[in-house]
Design a protein around this ligand. Structure first.
Ligand code: EPZ
Length: 419
């Protein structure tokens, strides 16, 4: 397994270009299942997760072509509605094929996604909503089997906002008979982007991006060209890294409108953040103020930025409290940061008290999930000496060319291939 090695101490300076959003590309690719024809998707990030979901679609019979950042998917050749365990276990977002398959083909057999490092991550709300649309759902031998002659529009309430739950059901409802209303829907930008993509395919969706979404079912969807929005979490990751190294970095090709919470919290640390239409300049300051963080559904501070922000708080001037409210086990990076000399204490499972220290020390550490790997990179950039991060396959799932982008802005970072 590859490792990433970082010599700490360099300030990050220069420009970094943001790739397409992983969490928009994945539902976009799943949505092509709904189309009896070829859909073209541009600005797709080069990620392991993208390759995994394309493999899954090929396994269903779809023809997929990935060239650089462009994907062409032909949904007219799909002849299999079973998503096998081996493919689903690699990536939880595979659950996104469930709604489109049962909606267009009347049947889907998808392996129950296992839990992952950050929590149990059940899909009960996805299944409850599909039942409300008239699907019969059976769970046996670790598989979800969903059947429906024709889905029928319905009123659906999500007990808590669920991103992929909202996406799955919004996609399923596009071909249902009649009107579906999703209440307490997730409001992430990726959901609005998906609704806009579906509407260019002929769907009739209103209200995406708010907590109440209306979907009027249509007979079929048509091929379209869709464009993946910039990755707000990738942008936030480079912003926090620039602040932590007291650098001066311009993050280009992002949408600041999607990053409001991160911009506000960074400014509270005293970091200088200048925002323009599609770029953000972050200038770090010597004295980083400790700030408290509480993760919330969008537009609150994103859980996917919690680990990165914790790395920044390890060298802040005082003490900060980080409250993780979305996932039950999303502090695994804290144990690795402790090994680098950070002062962190976890209480009640989802509160982390971070007391700033002068310096972190480089160490051998292990990534446990996608955003934890980003946190350890940021820690390595600011630590004294060498940091070696193992299990970087977590990172490759969700960050496009991360070590190349970091070295282009001055980081002393290299990948050690383990052949
Ligand atoms: C999406 O995961 C993202 N993944 C995650 O990003 C992100 O952390 C998460 O949303 C929260 O923003 C993709 O978009 C592919 P949820 P998702 O359903 O949809 C509970 C990353 O780093 N829940 O919004 O799986 C769940 O356990 C990844 O890019 C149920 O209880 O998250 C969690 O506590 C990590 N039952 C909360 O809701 C359900 O049926 C929110 O989860 C569904 C969810």
């Amino acid at each position: 397994m590859d490792k990433i090695e970082i010599q700490g101490g360099n300030k990050l300076e220069g420009e970094v270009l943001i790739s397409g959003a992983k969490n928009a590309a994945l539902p976009f690719i799943a949505s092509t299942i709904l189309v009896d024809g070829k859909t073209s998707i541009t600005n797709v990030p080069i990620l392991m997760d993208v390759k995994s979901i394309l493999l899954l679609l090929q396994n269903l019979g779809a023809k997929c072509e990935l060239t650089n950042n462009h994907v062409m998917i032909d949904g007219s050749t799909i002849n299999n509605t079973q998503a096998d365990y081996d493919l689903v276990r690699k990536m939880r977002a595979s659950i996104l094929v469930l709604g489109p398959l049962v909606s267009r083909f009347g049947h889907a057999r998808v392996s129950l996604p296992g839990g992952c490092a950050i929590g149990a991550r059940p899909v009960d709300m996805h299944l409850k909503a599909l039942r409300a649309l008239g699907a019969t759902i059976k769970i046996e031998h670790g598989y979800i089997e969903a059947k429906a002659e024709q889905l029928i529009g319905s009123e659906i309430y999500f007990d808590t906002p669920t991103v992929t739950g909202t996406e799955n059901i919004m996609m399923a409802a596009t071909l249902a008979e009649g009107r579906t209303v999703l209440r307490n829907a997730a409001r992430e930008p990726e959901i609005l982007a998906l609704a806009e993509a579906l509407n260019t395919m002929g769907a009739d969706i209103h209200g995406a991006g708010t907590a109440i979404i209306h979907i009027n079912g249509v007979k079929s969807l048509r091929p379209a060209e869709i464009y993946v929005i910039p990755d707000r979490i990738e942008a936030g990751t480079y912003m926090v890294a620039a602040a932590a190294t007291r650098g001066d970095v311009v993050i280009k090709g992002c949408n600041p409108e999607h990053i409001g919470g991160i911009i506000s919290k960074l400014r509270e640390t005293g970091t200088i953040v200048d925002v323009s239409d599609n770029s953000i300049r972050v200038k770090g300051v010597e004295k980083i103020k400790s700030v408290d963080i509480k993760t919330l559904p969008y537009p609150g501070f994103p859980t996917d930025m919690q680990a990165q922000f914790m790395a920044l708080m390890t060298i802040a001037d005082n003490s900060s409290m980080i409250h993780e409210t979305i996932f039950e086990n999303r502090f695994s990076h804290a144990n690795e940061l402790l090994r680098m000399g950070a002062d962190i204490s976890i209480s009640d499972g989802n509160y982390a008290r971070v007391r700033g220290v002068k310096k972190l020390q480089g160490a051998q550490v292990m990534a446990s999930d996608l955003r934890a790997s980003a946190s350890l990179i940021i820690a390595g950039l600011i630590a004294q000496g060498t940091t070696s991060i193992s299990r970087v396959y977590h990172m490759d799932r969700g960050y496009d060319s991360i070590e190349k982008k970091f070295s282009q802005i001055g980081a002393n970072i290299r990948r050690i291939r383990d052949n």
